[in-house]
Write a protein of this length. Structure first.
Length: 213
């Protein structure tokens, strides 16, 4: 893709593909993408869901515009050869807070997760289409299994995550978070991930990715 631009791989990534490091909304997109990937890794490698997260970013043509749809979707099959009601669809909303704003990002994630009721079908369709485009028919069929709950029952779990810098986390009253208005309250999972100097880490990861291209 860098061919014809007159740019080397590193400069191509920094100026055309990656969100801007300094000009808004680039930094917030970087932190948001980082948060989504961390959540996807958590539900895949700690909770055992299949989470094809790489598909979410492949069609982003505007580097300073976020990808629409559900943030993170995971799939779990009790028996991959025999779909059944014990299969699980995990739909997560992720919010990053890496600088002080006074907002409760976990509450923001819960509130936005309510919108996933409408976004879910479009997001599943987008994932399936991208698998078809790759010729990954088997993976497309795995996603298809969750597109008609009335005929093919499964368990739906919703999640809300906040990825917070330690300073922001210390200033956030997480105990005041309220999920009572969520449509799937009984199956709503909350996740908080925190760490020091997270924005510095995010920028460092983008620089390393560019330098190693």
């Amino acid at each position: 893709m860098a061919g014809g631009t007159g740019l080397g791989h590193s400069d191509y990534l920094r100026t055309i593909l990656f969100p801007d490091a300094k000009v808004a909304p680039g930094p917030s997109l970087r932190s948001g993408d980082f948060g989504e990937i961390i959540v996807a890794d958590f539900i895949e490698y700690f909770l055992g869901y299949w989470c094809p997260r790489e598909l979410r970013y492949q069609d982003r043509w505007n580097r300073n515009d976020s990808t629409k749809g559900c943030d993170v979707i995971g799939f779990k099959f009790a028996d991959e050869d025999n779909p059944g009601p014990a299969d699980e669809l995990f739909v997560f909303e992720s919010k990053s807070g890496m600088s002080a704003s006074g907002a409760n990002r976990l509450q923001d994630a819960i509130d936005d997760s309510i919108k996933d009721r409408l976004r879910e079908s479009m997001s599943l369709n987008a994932i399936k289409r991208r698998f078809f485009d790759r010729g990954a028919i088997g993976d497309a069929r795995k996603v298809e299994r969750f597109q008609n709950q009335a005929d093919r029952p499964f368990r739906r779990i919703n999640g809300a995550a906040a990825i917070l810098d330690e300073v922001v986390c210390a200033e956030t009253n997480l105990g005041a978070t309220d999920g009572a208005a969520h449509f799937n309250q009984e199956n709503l999972r909350l996740l908080v991930i925190r760490g020091p100097s997270l924005m510095k880490l995010v920028h460092a990861l983008y620089e390393r990715a560019a330098d190693e291209a």
